[in-house]
Design a protein around this ligand. Structure first.
Ligand SMILES: Nc1ncnc2c1ncn2[C@@H]1O[C@H](COP(=O)(O)OP(=O)(O)OP(=O)(O)O)[C@@H](O)[C@H]1O
Length: 741
């Protein structure tokens, strides 16, 4: 779009030049049109920018002080970065193509080729007897063809039309010449034929008399097959194709231009109307994975998003199914740089490579794991640690399946503690929940909401505990102040990954009574969870500010957006102004189930088709995950049939309990007295605690024990104890500076 400042600048510069030359006011419209013409992307190169657009002469040449002057300096062409500058900014294409660099892709491609030929060989081997029988049946006709052909050759039948033409012209000299040539040729060919016959018959006789049976059989078969082959009919081949390869039409520049011309974008149509291309190819059209890739610049002012918006028309212009046509913008390029990838097959129906984790293998959540494929069939990976993610889509597009897939991946890391909430209540998350989850609930009834609320509160406590543990760790063990795979392995620290998945999260965030608390805790988990090893994954079918509070959607670092209906939902899931940048999940078709835009931590949006794992598949993966946990002794909570109340490890608040047993008038109390009272209060948790255990439990909560002196029976005794004011201060800090006293 032309900026109004451009006109002002143009006007000012024209005025300045006129003042220099004492000229009059210039027709700005004409100057503008001259400028626009020189700015047309498809203008032929080589035209002199300083020349008058009408006379072809430059203003200086004409000597007319009122002549219009062009505002671009003649040196404008040379301006801009020099050769080195351009080299620095140049984009280098890969020397080795991506598919050759990836061993997984190479293996997949080799596997496909091997399977293709194995199939062909098997197909033909099974049909060999049929082929032999058909060739034998065709052998007599082949023999007749062979004999007839030989006779015609000996009799020089190919020269006959020429001789007959000489007869018709009554050209005696020519006819005599041709006849003599024919007689000579027939004599020679007869000799060759007779010789060949004797050699053939002699060989046959020799084989009959001298050769072993197998050689006789092979020779006779070979002759019969050869005669059968000679007797084949053009319209009925003996050998049929074992594999019908899909015929993908080659993408040519003409097809691309035709398709772009059919979009109804005025700038392209105008350029094409004037006989120009309306698109400037910047690289040859090449094969790229199972499809074609075209790349180039759209006319000035036309953006890639204009094309993406009309993807269905583009598909019509290319005469390809919608699922094959993927126009994309290139990050860090100008907005008119289009990459058009046209697949051989529809992405939603094309055959996907087998997901390696489907049948075996485990996961380290701190490392990338493949969870889907892009348009080109290449694996796309996600690292589930250090993220908070949101999944959004209209109903029935595969949102729950995607969430379940991510949770299954998490389940395959035995260290991960899963909290799964299926607020839709249809049991889609049950395979994971029942097999491995520490906490799991389905449905939106009061019981499930209470359960979730209790768990969220406990998770907030856990988050706080973790931040303190991380803070108390020495720098060399925890150099980045975040949980690492090594720290997660140390069970004593309790920093294992926690993955929370909530399907239809709007049920929590719109709950009439608890919505604020859910929102507050979830926002905290999204902001501080990733560094402490807590991952929150939220899925919703109604991504708006109520269903997905902005504090959460703005801070999520991973986003998965399946088909949505409008810009608002699109940007809600994919981030502000994603729609404007051309990242539009609105373009997905209804049949594009599981296909989504994925924006990972700091990476550009990619189109991904997630791996399809159905219910039974999910069951078997979850069973595998359960087994691994059982072996490692890491199965806990819901998966063991435990209810949260009976699980003492997270269901208590030590600081609050101390306040409960130490009245305000007792400012300092010995630890042994505190643990005795605590054991009375909550024996299932505190029974067996001693002073040291209390000190160890208080340390991550930011409280240390102090020396407390007492005079007992006239004797002064010093022992470790707690200072009540420290406990109230810790609670105040923990609860956001609220007064806990
Ligand atoms: N990756 C995939 N590939 C192919 N088909 C898929 C994929 N994921 C999901 N589907 C299909 O899409 C259907 C809908 O999936 P799912 O139940 O996850 O949708 P949803 O968006 O969660 O719907 P709702 O909003 O009603 O819960 C599934 O029944 C499944 O057959």
């Amino acid at each position: 779009m032309k900026h109004p400042d451009d006109d002002n600048e143009l006007f000012n510069r024209l005025e300045a030049e006129m003042a220099d030359s004492g000229g009059e006011v210039v027709d700005l419209d004409k100057a503008r049109s001259a400028r626009n013409e020189s700015a047309d992307p498809t203008t032929r190169p080589g035209s002199d920018p300083s020349a008058d657009p009408e006379t072809g002469r430059s203003a200086d040449e004409s000597g007319d002080p009122t002549a219009r002057r062009l505002v671009d300096l003649p040196t404008a062409k040379a301006a801009g970065p020099g050769y080195l500058g351009r080299l620095l900014a140049a984009q280098r294409r890969d020397v080795v193509p991506a598919w050759l660099k990836s061993t997984a892709e190479l293996k997949t491609a080799t596997g496909w080729v091997a399977r293709h030929y194995a199939h062909s060989v098997g197909y033909h081997a099974l049909r060999t007897p049929v082929y032999a029988a058909r060739l034998t049946l065709q052998a007599p006709s082949g023999a007749a063809k062979f004999l007839g052909g030989t006779m015609r050759w000996v009799a020089d039948r190919e020269g006959e039309p020429v001789r007959l033409a000489a007869v018709r012209r009554e050209d005696a000299a020519e006819y005599l010449k041709l006849s003599r040539q024919r007689d000579g040729r027939v004599r020679l060919r007869t000799l060759v034929a007779v010789l060949a016959m004797f050699i053939g018959l002699g060989s046959a006789l020799a084989i009959y008399v001298l050769a072993p049976d197998w050689l006789q059989a092979v020779s006779v078969s070979a002759v019969v097959m050869a005669l059968g082959f000679a007797g084949r009919k053009a319209d009925d081949p003996v050998i049929h194709r074992a594999v019908e390869l899909p015929k993908a039409v080659k993408l040519t520049s003409d097809i691309v231009l035709r398709a772009l011309g059919s979009l109804g974008i005025p700038a392209i149509n105008q350029a094409q109307g004037k006989g120009r291309d309306g698109f400037e190819f910047t690289a040859p059209i090449t094969r790229d994975g199972p499809g074609w890739r075209a790349e180039g610049n759209l006319p000035y002012g036309v953006t890639v998003t204009d094309v993406i918006e009309r993807r269905d028309r583009l598909a019509s212009g290319l005469r390809r199914p919608l699922g094959c046509v993927w126009p994309e913008a290139v990050p860090n390029e100008h907005t008119g740089h289009l990459v058009l990838w046209v697949g051989d097959q529809d992405m939603s129906t094309s055959k996907k490579p087998k997901w390696p984790l489907l049948t075996s293998g485990s996961v380290n959540l701190f490392k990338p794991v493949a969870y889907g494929t892009d348009q080109r069939g290449r694996w796309v990976e996600v690292t589930l640690m250090y993220i908070a993610g949101i999944i959004g889509a209209i109903p029935r597009m595969g949102k729950t399946f995607l969430l379940r897939l991510l949770l299954l991946i998490a389940a395959l890391d035995p260290r991960a503690e899963l909290h799964t909430y299926d607020m839709k209540g249809t049991g889609d998350l049950d395979p994971v929940g029942n097999a491995v989850s520490h906490r799991h609930a389905a449905g939106d009834d009061d019981e499930a909401i209470e359960y979730a609320l209790k768990d969220f509160r406990a998770l907030r406590e856990e988050l706080r505990r973790r931040t303190k543990v991380i803070r108390s760790l020495p720098r060399d063990i925890c150099p980045e102040s975040k949980v690492t795979s090594e720290l997660a392995d140390k069970r004593s620290l309790g920093l294992h990954p926690i993955v929370i998945g909530v399907d239809e999260c709007q049920v929590l965030f719109e709950h009439p009574k608890h919505k604020d608390e859910f929102e507050e805790i979830a926002t905290d988990l999204v902001k501080r969870g990733p560094a402490t090893g807590i991952v929150l994954l939220l899925a919703t079918q109604r991504p708006d500010a109520k269903a997905l509070p902005t504090g959460i959607s703005a801070n999520a670092s991973a986003r998965w957006c399946l088909k949505v209906m409008g810009q608002l939902e699109n940007d809600m899931v994919l981030g502000t102004s994603a729609y404007k940048r051309g990242v539009r999940a609105t373009m997905f078709a209804w049949g594009d189930k599981g296909i989504h835009y994925f924006v990972g931590e700091g990476s550009d949006a990619r189109i991904v088709g997630s791996v399809y794992v159905d219910g039974p598949g999910a069951d078997s993966i979850a069973a595998r995950a359960r087994k691994a946990r059982e072996l490692a002794g890491l199965l806990s909570g819901h998966a063991l049939g435990e209810e949260p109340e009976t699980d003492a490890s997270t269901g208590y608040d030590l600081l609050a309990d101390i306040l409960a047993v130490v009245p305000a008038k007792e400012t300092k109390v010995w630890s042994e007295t505190v643990v005795a009272r605590l054991a009375e209060l909550r024996p299932e948790v505190y029974a067996g605690w001693d002073s040291d255990a209390l000190a160890a439990a208080l340390k991550p909560r930011g409280v240390s024990t102090v020396q407390v002196g007492r005079r007992i029976e006239g004797k002064f005794t010093n022992k470790r104890g707690i200072d009540r004011s420290q406990i109230t201060a810790a609670i105040a800090e923990r609860d956001g500076k609220r007064d806990a006293g």
